[in-house]
Design a protein around this ligand. Structure first.
Ligand code: SAM
Ligand code: SF4
Length: 326
């Protein structure tokens, strides 16, 4: 699929649930979000039908996210069924890692090719504060190690936040010295809130890493299907990456759209613009009608986000990240 700005759209992020076993401070309010009713959430067969149509239209890469994708029933078969669809080249997952160790062998056998595991601190008390849970850091560290050992392409996602974990950037980056993983730092985005003070721009993170680990040369061979830039410091088994959604917008290369667990096709992280495909599907639309609706919706993909002019914007999506899927 090609949008009206000439961008090839071949990557779909699917939020398979709005539920989560963590309550991360940057993602959800402490009481959690109001959960969708069972009826509102897209059913397995409905999801598979839409993903098949996306694949027929040219989507090649699917990332399962949430909420927390590992809490969705049937997630292993979902990976297998998506992997087996003609046209699909990769199925990956973004997870908090808590339930991953037990599921890893089955997920890998089902065809999962890559896992992004979120980790914002190596300090147990801080981990508890950020995730608003107790005692789970060792399990998430195990998930990272086991996933790398299982041979899955493993990335660690760290949201850099001033006054929260900025003093740990080097320690977290050094995980990639020890393990064959890619540690990626992500700029904190004002999704669902108007809070800029905690944002740290990636140039600052790269300066810190350069200062400690020496020269950083960008390694284009490590580029995946997304906007991250990757570097392999001397002596590292893995690599470090940065995603500068705020400071260096990558909208002109954007290849992705998102689908929420209520079947809403979302065209840009920042805006509400999109279409609820599930409503059309449940109203009896044929495959051809659904494909036509997807193409017409993709055509409305905004040219770029304007996170930095946030206060002036209209039609902003005020949902928390847990509803959108990151
Ligand atoms: N539960 C899974 C997880 O935590 O990896 C998947 C869903 S989570 C919404 C996807 C990603 O979005 C995570 O890596 C999380 O750190 C990131 N994220 C959530 N809120 C964010 C924010 N305000 N700014 C930047 N990244 C955010
Ligand atoms: Fe859950 Fe992921 Fe959001 Fe944390 S970032 S609350 S783990 S959905």
């Amino acid at each position: 699929m090609i949008d009206k700005y000439g961008r090839v759209i071949d990557y779909l992020r699917v939020s398979v649930t709005d539920r989560c076993n963590f309550r991360c401070v940057y993602c959800m309010p402490p009481e959690g979000v109001e959960l969708m009713s069972h009826e509102q959430v897209i059913r397995y067969e409905e999801l598979m039908r839409l993903i098949r149509l996306f694949a027929e239209l040219g989507i090649r890469h699917i990332r399962l996210t949430g909420g927390e994708p590992t809490v969705r029933k049937g997630i292993v078969s979902l990976v297998r069924d998506i992997h087996d669809l003609p046209g699909i080249e990769s199925v990956s997952m973004t997870t908090n890692g808590l339930l991953l160790p037990d599921m890893l062998p089955d997920l890998k056998a089902a065809g999962l090719s890559a896992v992004n595991i979120s980790l914002d601190t190596l300090d147990e008390a801080r981990f508890d504060d950020i995730t608003r849970t107790t005692g789970n850091l060792p399990k998430v560290l195990d998930a990272i190690r086991l996933s790398a050992e299982a041979g899955l392409n493993t990335k660690v996602n760290c949201v850099a936040m001033r006054g929260v974990n900025d003093d740990e950037v080097l320690e977290i980056a050094a995980l990639a010295k020890l393990l064959p993983v890619c540690v990626r730092f992500i700029e904190y985005m004002p999704i669902g809130k108007h809070d800029y003070e905690q944002a740290i721009y990636m140039d600052e993170v790269l300066d810190l890493i350069r200062g400690a680990f020496g020269k950083l040369t960008e390694d284009p061979t490590l580029r995946g299907h997304g906007p991250a830039r990757y570097y392999k410091p001397e002596g590292f088994r893995g690599s470090v990456g940065v995603i500068s959604a705020m400071s260096h917008s990558f909208c002109e290369e954007c290849n992705r759209v998102r689908m929420t667990s209520e079947g809403f096709l979302k065209l840009c992280l920042q805006y509400n613009v999109g279409e609820n495909l599930l409503h059309a599907l449940r109203s009896g639309a044929s495959d051809e009608e659904l494909k036509d609706l997807i193409l017409r919706t993709i055509d409305q993909k905004p040219q770029h986000h304007t996170f930095l002019d946030y206060a002036e914007e209209q039609d902003i999506d005020t949902r928390d990240m847990s509803r959108i899927g990151g």
